[in-house]
Design a protein around this ligand. Structure first.
Ligand code: ZN
Length: 95
């Protein structure tokens, strides 16, 4: 879990995979673009909206725009170099 500037995990830092690190770095970028508080507010609101629609905790999490962007690009090591600002919104309406 990324809570800028920290990553909270049960694993030691050396055990974190590159995929996990990239995923969390994408969240850091999202958080900075939305000035942290905006990220957390939208993240919670989007999760609640998805949960009310899908009635499933995991499905709601997996379908959030922030998570869709991070999951879709976590194996692309060059993604953050070419990522456009607010790219998470491109994932907002996809199924
Ligand atoms: Zn995530």
């Amino acid at each position: 879990m990324a809570l800028f500037p920290f990553v909270i995990t049960k694993l030691p830092r050396t055990a974190l995979s590159q995929k996990y690190r990239t995923h969390e770095k994408i969240h850091f970028r999202q958080q900075l673009e939305l000035l942290l508080i905006g990220f957390y507010l939208i993240y919670i609101l989007e999760f609640l909206m998805r949960y009310l629609t899908l009635k499933d905790w995991d499905a709601a999490y997996q379908n959030m725009s922030f998570e869709r962007e991070a999951f879709a690009n976590e194996t692309n090591l060059k993604y953050l170099k070419n990522r456009k600002c607010y790219a998470q919104w491109r994932y907002a309406g996809r199924d």
